[in-house]
Design a protein around this ligand. Structure first.
Ligand code: 6R9
Length: 655
């Protein structure tokens, strides 16, 4: 019945950890047993072990009014103290927290003692602007150390940050500032991207400008970091230069304790329709799971490792695995301002060599774009320091997984394919590097303490060998606590579908293989139905990418009179292939290839050879737009694309 989806599951390669790795790994197999024996007690132990509680909690989980969870709720802590002061007090003030690399090549090394002092000063500045616990502060900054310091300064005050990705427009910024009712905005004149300065302050000015509808502006102060040295407009009284305000502020600031459920941040993410949702996270549970996953999934040895997560702080991955996880664990990490290919295509590999990065965490879309350029670029650099690789953001095709392992990981670094969401706050499903024998393309198993299942539309377990919908069956510490200002939408979006069972509906399709390992199949709206057969976009994309000609592929289900939906593929061909082969007939060849690999049912009706794919700024392919092209419709809203011109190019290529 579902033999089509089985192509991915025919993947038989297995990579068990080496004995050495297993023996010295942070996470040992008992972790699963402990969590299984008593889940609440397990999370309580993790939290006490990983964090400092000013006032210890006596209760782990309060789930008396689902879906509104409270974790550790009679305890008190300070999130910034946990990420900073306590490391200094423990004698690790001289350890480097941030190895910062600007895109033009300027660098800064910041120790825990220095970062702690900076955060104290910023906290004093914000207090001077009247920021107190519960107030919202918007952060719109490039990837500079001040971004991390700003998040922590807000957290230190018990206030709530809302980081808005620097690539978002003034309109997006305005709607996020308004929705959260932010009192302060922290921004920069500009930052470096692709070899030039990209301005940020003008978007803030525009977002705060009078729109003539009589609505009250909530922002009273704008703190501006000088980074790009670009000219900026200035509003006296409202705007303040960071380099004047911060050094002038006191370096003394006591971290007060706040309740575990004090809100920590809001992060906006797009839903299936309409207005972005402000996902709300709180303090104690979030920080517990951030620290726990960062330590166990990445096998962190804080004294010796150099960690690098390439995500921007504008995304949840940057919140949990740039700011909170690594700093709570006292890690040393690389922070890079720019794009992977500026000023040259080997920039990332050069940074890994330069800083001796040992743990590297990035997204499949980046890996595929490096595959497209070819292995000759990374081969020019010494990547031998790498001992662990991570992947996040979308299903990773087995071919990209193998390339990552061989070319970047030197054929022996374990890969952790980590499934999670803005809503889950931290990693939920992933191999553990010293324990799990990894399978290319599968995120495999829920972490100890996390309970996941795959169910059908009625909420019944599908069992091994079958596909369905991914659900989380029990609350977890870093779960979202709601949608800012919209408790109804929170219930509707995540809990109503499986209300009877009390499951969280993740919106992802998944399949359990015969071993019970999880294979993520993409968002459920990316699952196609062709002649009554369920096909996954991810599976057909993997097959296309496995062809020697293909650099990258996106597949959509376009409505079709006879088959319900038809498979339509958009394929980018490798430059190296084109220079050696005739491209004529390639589309036909690729159709046949998929037919051979997966079965006739999966053979694309159309294969379009294109030069680019439409991606969001976080690198996710916007299949909705490709579906418009495939169905011959006017292309829909492209405002969240990284490059809005891409769709007109693709439309022209398809015609
Ligand atoms: C962390 C992050 C969440 C959605 C999620 C799923 C997809 C993330 C994945 C993955 C397969 C993985 N996703 N990690 N799919 N394998 N390892 O990306 O958060 O931006 O909220 O996206 O991303 O579809 O539902 P977010």
């Amino acid at each position: 019945m579902s033999s089509q989806i089985d192509h991915l599951l025919d993947e038989t390669r297995r990579f068990p950890p080496s004995q050495e790795f297993a023996a010295s790994a942070v996470a040992q197999p008992e972790l699963y047993q402990h969590a299984h024996a008593d889940r609440d007690a397990f999370w309580g132990e993790q939290s006490r072990e990983l964090l400092h509680w000013h006032k210890p909690f006596t209760r782990v989980l309060d789930w008396s009014t689902p879906p509104f969870a409270k974790w550790f709720d009679d305890g008190e802590l300070n999130v910034a103290y946990n990420c900073l002061d306590r490391h200094v007090e423990a004698g690790n003030g001289d350890r480097v927290a941030i190895l910062w690399e600007g895109e033009p090549g300027d660098t800064r090394r910041i120790t825990y003692a220095e970062l702690t002092e900076e955060v104290k000063r910023v906290a004093n500045v914000l207090e001077g602007y009247g920021v107190t616990a519960g107030d919202r502060v918007a952060i719109y900054l490039p990837m500079i150390p001040e971004a991390v310091a700003s998040m922590l300064a807000v957290a230190r005050l018990g206030a709530v940050h809302s980081v808005v990705f620097g690539g978002f427009s003034a309109d997006s910024l305005r709607s996020r500032i308004d929705d959260a009712g932010a009192k302060v905005v922290i921004t920069a004149d500009g930052g470096y991207r692709k070899g030039r300065v990209s301005a940020l302050k003008p978007a803030v000015d525009q977002a705060l400008s009078d729109r003539g509808d009589g609505e009250q502006q909530t922002v009273e102060h704008v703190l501006v970091v000088k980074r790009g040295e670009n000219e900026v407009d200035w509003t006296e009284g409202r705007d303040h230069w960071w380099h004047n305000a911060v050094p002038a502020a006191s370096a003394e600031h006591e971290a007060r304790a706040f309740p575990a459920e004090n809100p920590l941040f809001i992060l906006y993410t797009s839903g299936t329709t309409g207005k972005p949702k402000g996902i709300l996270h709180t303090s104690g549970g979030y920080l517990t799971q951030a620290a726990y996953t960062h330590r166990n999934v990445f096998d962190l040895k804080p004294e010796t490792d150099v960690f690098w997560c390439t995500a921007d702080i504008g995304w949840v991955t940057g919140h949990t695995y740039v700011t909170y996880g690594p700093l709570a664990n006292g890690a040393t990490q690389v922070l890079y301002e720019g794009t992977p290919d500026a000023p040259h295509p080997g920039r990332w590999w050069e940074i890994i060599e330069k800083y001796g990065v040992t743990i590297f965490y990035t997204a499949p879309t980046a890996i595929r774009s490096f595959m497209k350029i070819g292995r000759s670029v990374p081969r020019k650099f010494d990547l031998s320091s790498i001992r662990l690789l991570g992947s996040v953001g979308e299903p990773i095709n087995p071919e990209a997984w193998m390339w990552y392992r061989e070319v970047i990981g030197g054929g022996n670094a374990p890969i952790v394919d980590t499934w999670w969401q803005t809503e889950t706050g931290a990693i939920m499903v992933s191999p553990l590097p010293g324990i799990t024998a990894t399978k290319p393309g599968s995120a495999q198993v829920p972490l100890p303490g996390i309970t996941i299942d795959v169910v059908d539309e009625a909420g019944e377990e599908v069992g091994n060998g079958n596909g369905g919908l991914l659900v989380i069956t029990e609350p977890w510490p870093s779960m979202l606590r709601g949608i800012w200002g919209d408790p109804e939408r929170y219930k509707e979006t995540y809990w109503d579908k499986f209300e009877k069972q009390g499951y969280y509906f993740a919106g992802d399709g998944a399949r359990l293989d015969e071993d019970g390992d999880l294979w993520l199949l993409g968002r459920v709206d990316d699952v196609m139905n062709v002649s009554g057969h369920r096909l996954s976009t991810a599976e057909i994309e993997s097959s296309l990418v496995a062809h020697e000609a293909t650099a990258e592929a996106a597949v959509v289900g376009a409505s079709d009179e006879t088959t319900g939906q038809a498979v339509v593929a958009f394929v980018i061909i490798k430059e190296s292939y084109l220079s050696a082969h005739d491209a004529a007939g390639l589309a036909t060849q690729l159709r046949q290839w998929v037919g051979e690999q997966i079965g006739a049912i999966a053979r694309p009706r159309d294969v379009y050879i294109v030069g680019e794919l439409p991606k969001t700024r976080s690198g996710k392919i916007m299949r909705r737009l490709l579906r418009d092209v495939a169905e011959g419709r006017e292309v829909g809203d492209t405002t969240t694309l990284a490059d809005t011109a891409v769709m007109s190019i693709i439309s022209a290529q398809v015609k």
